[in-house]
Write a protein that binds this ligand. Structure first.
Ligand SMILES: [Zn+2]
Length: 284
């Protein structure tokens, strides 16, 4: 079963992680812009970072692991502490949204739920709407249920296209709030946060339409193989393969296909029509 990991912070992954992910079935990764591990001190540092993930990581993923790599760009909630810096970065985001390999705005949202974070969140949400690009929203790890309410209030108040938004890092305490929207919902599997065993009952309760499972392979304890391990755990638990494929492949495919820059969708479509041709020829 081919897999997509829609929330993998690849600058923090080693070469062998990439290869293991590919060997485990992950053909395509989406890398949301992330905190660099130390705070960036200048707006220009963001632009160097964007260049790095757009060009270098895409080339690296392909070269070392045959993996198709895409990015989303943003000033991450953890970095949106200084209004002046946020303004300088957001001013230039439009030019990055036009670049090959850029399939959305993100992650955006709340970290400590400050006014500065809210300002950057709203500005970037507006920008994504103008450019008709998908959005990855990060739910905060502290005071998460409250953060989910505040996030959804802003989305509704701004009247942006909910079908182009994924609200990521859901947990039991956020579901009632987020499942009431038309947004896509992400379950991010990482140690100490939520496991696939905890996600399965939520999928049973809230359904599998517009739901996506991903990994957040990042700086702290995190598992680059969370998505393939989720596939195995769900199949072992008796889930239909079609449902597992939908959650781990077709749903992220459908969501990111809303970006004109998501070439992977075209690659897969071309492959399946080539296969059909072969089948037809063989049948004659
Ligand atoms: Zn996040």
């Amino acid at each position: 079963m081919r897999l997509i990991d829609s929330h993998a912070h690849m600058t923090s992954r080693t070469t062998s992680d990439y290869r293991e992910m590919r060997r485990s079935g992950i053909e395509c990764v989406i890398e949301p812009s992330f905190w660099s591990g130390s705070d960036k001190m200048y707006p220009e540092s963001f632009f160097d970072y964007f260049e790095h993930i757009i060009d270098f990581e895409t080339e690296r993923a392909e070269r070392i692991a045959g993996m198709d790599h895409y990015v989303t760009v943003s000033i991450n909630p953890k970095e949106a502490v200084d209004r002046e810096m946020s303004e300088a970065v957001i001013d230039r985001l439009p030019e990055y949204l036009e670049r090959d390999r850029v399939v959305g705005v993100g992650e955006i949202g709340f970290n400590l739920q400050t006014d500065e974070e809210e300002w950057a969140f709203r500005e970037q949400l507006r920008l994504a709407e103008e450019h008709e690009q998908p959005v990855i929203i990060h739910l905060p790890h502290t005071e998460k249920p409250k953060g989910a309410v505040r996030t959804v209030d802003i989305i509704e108040e701004m009247d942006v296209t909910q079908e182009r938004i994924i609200i990521d890092h859901n947990e039991p305490g956020t579901m009632e709030t987020t499942a009431a929207t038309d947004c896509w919902l992400g379950f991010t599997l990482y140690p100490g946060k939520i496991s696939i065993e905890e996600v399965m009952p939520l999928l049973e309760e809230y359904g599998t339409d517009k739901r996506i499972i991903n990994s957040s392979a990042d700086w702290d304890d995190s598992n680059p193989l969370a998505v393939p391990e989720a596939r195995d755990a769900m199949i072992d638990a008796g889930w239909e393969r079609d449902t597992v494929r939908k959650l781990l492949f077709e749903n992220p495919m459908e969501f990111f296909s809303q970006s004109p820059n998501f070439d992977y969708a075209r690659t897969v479509a071309a492959e399946s029509s080539a296969n059909e041709t072969v089948t037809t020829t063989e049948g004659q």
